[in-house]
Design a protein around this ligand. Structure first.
Ligand SMILES: [Zn+2]
Length: 193
């Protein structure tokens, strides 16, 4: 967690992290390190491949990323998703599904992000890398880059969810059973919390 030095209300010094926040030594107001809302978009083509972009900028420069970005204050998540795709690819997309959220960290020691994962298809334009993307490439879900070449930890989880939705297995990122959801480790309850 990237800590903050000063309170945004009266400029007093912020104390050490307590949980996911810091308390101001001056006015006592807590500063919460909220996860920043983002949208990430898994664009599919007619054969089920997914469009990934290689980042030009830090953090994670040179690594493959699911196109997306930070939500503006006056944007809905869906507006953010379509805008970020337009900026990164030049394409207009139609959102086709929602795969839930993942929590991620924006670079080592960086701020947390809350990413809304959408699926989409291109409805207008030819994809051309732009903005902070060096290269765009379509990947079959059984041939996506390994975790070490993905920009953010939860890109692998997003690709697993997309593979699940397509009824496929993500070869590079196989699903490992979550023991907390497994009926073999609980007595009685078998449904997710
Ligand atoms: Zn203060």
């Amino acid at each position: 967690m990237r800590t903050r030095s000063f309170c945004g209300f009266r400029g007093g010094p912020l104390g050490p992290p307590v949980g996911s926040g810091q308390d101001c030594a001056g006015c006592g107001e807590p500063y919460y390190h909220d996860a920043n809302p983002c949208a990430a978009v898994l664009v599919e083509d007619a054969t089920g491949r997914v469009l990934l972009g290689r980042r030009t900028i830090e953090p994670a420069g040179g690594r493959w990323n699911i196109p997306g970005g930070f939500r503006g204050r006056d944007e809905t998540r869906e507006e953010c998703a379509r805008r970020e795709l337009r900026e990164a690819t030049g394409c207009t997309v139609e959102l086709t599904g929602f795969l839930g959220h993942v929590i991620d960290v924006h670079g080592v020691g960086g701020d947390h992000t809350l990413k809304a994962l959408y699926t989409a298809r291109i409805v207008a334009g030819e994809s051309v890398a732009a903005d902070d993307v060096a290269e765009l490439r379509w990947f079959a879900l059984d041939a996506t880059p390994p975790a070490a070449e993905l920009a953010f930890a939860n890109a692998a989880e997003a690709l697993r969810r997309l593979a699940d939705r397509q009824g496929k297995e993500s070869a590079a990122h196989p699903r490992t059973p979550d023991p907390s959801w497994s009926s073999t480790t609980t007595t009685g309850a078998t449904s997710p919390p």
